[in-house]
Ligand binder design. Sequence first.
Ligand code: KG4
Ligand code: ZN
Length: 347
Amino acid sequence: MPLVLGIESSCDETAAAVVREGRDVLSNIVASQDDLHQEYGGVVPEIASRAHLERILPIVQRAVKKANISIHEIDCIAVGNRPGLIGSLLVGVAAAKALAWSLGKPLVAVDHILAHLWAPMLSGETSQYPALGVVVSGGHTSLLLLEDPTTATCLGKTIDDAAGEAFDKAASILDMGWPGGRLIDKAAQKGTATHRLPRPKLKNNNADFSFSGLKTALLYGVRGNPKKINGKTVFPKDASSLSAEEKNNWSASFQEAVVDTIIRGVKDAIKNNKINCIVAGGGVVANTRLRKHLLSVAEEHHIQLHIPELSYCVDNAAMIAGLGWHLFSTNQFANLELTASPRGIAS
Ligand code: KG4
Ligand code: ZN
């Protein structure tokens, strides 16, 4: 039963995992860099790549140790080489190539977005294709028509902010901390959606998403209409004037608008395509309300929903190793000239 070592470094998580036969996770080590980027309120690419460089091999060592195997027992090295921050991706790709060459093992190159859609399989689930892939993360909001785990057509994607990015900016407008998705989710559970925020719908290509208008509506709602004073944009108030209850209500209102927008896209995609199930993945799929509504849509259409456990929603290397096993077992190998790309299947 093949053992795959997965390596993930596309954004700000340095991760390595050992997975047996695509589904059985022997180890899954994730070193988050949240503390390094917190003061900037977002990922700083230069800081991210340097941190990956420091951490990548110790994280691989930990993953192999935790799996209780010798590194020579690994059958294949899988690396996420697209899409993502180029400097970050290059660190993982260089490490994976060096390991593959020195150990004499095959190498496979994994699309990070498709790997998010493998995450539900890490709990033993099996998807029936064609499937509707729903990827909602910090960098992507995409609907994909999946013919098999690595063959996909993009049906629609965000034209500006990704949903996770919008959650993070909303948390920053509400002065709640970073990364903000989880914090908004928690606050929303205590609040009521008392504010009516827009559900952006695009005119020409209705399968695409846009979240920047929603974010601006929240900004003006919380801080008031800005004035230009001496060429500077000045807001009459900020989040410090809000009570905890008001922040909870804004969080609930914003979350409801994001989830409604995604769910409307999912319903349209189900109507317009022949699919057997929904496969969801990405950090925002950890969101309580989104999970609940995805399940309702699936039930309404009498199809199955494959959704990852919370720990496999955010970036991790087990999903890379899992999809890597599929590439390995279908002989889709990479060679030592492999490089990284900021773009992938849905970008
Ligand atoms: O998939 P991921 O780890 O990174 C990318 O591939 O982009 O997703 C990270 C994103 C962040 O924007 C974070 O705020 C968001 O997922 N997130 C959530 C929740 N947990 C994480 N957003 C909403 N609700 C959550 N519970
Ligand atoms: Zn991701």
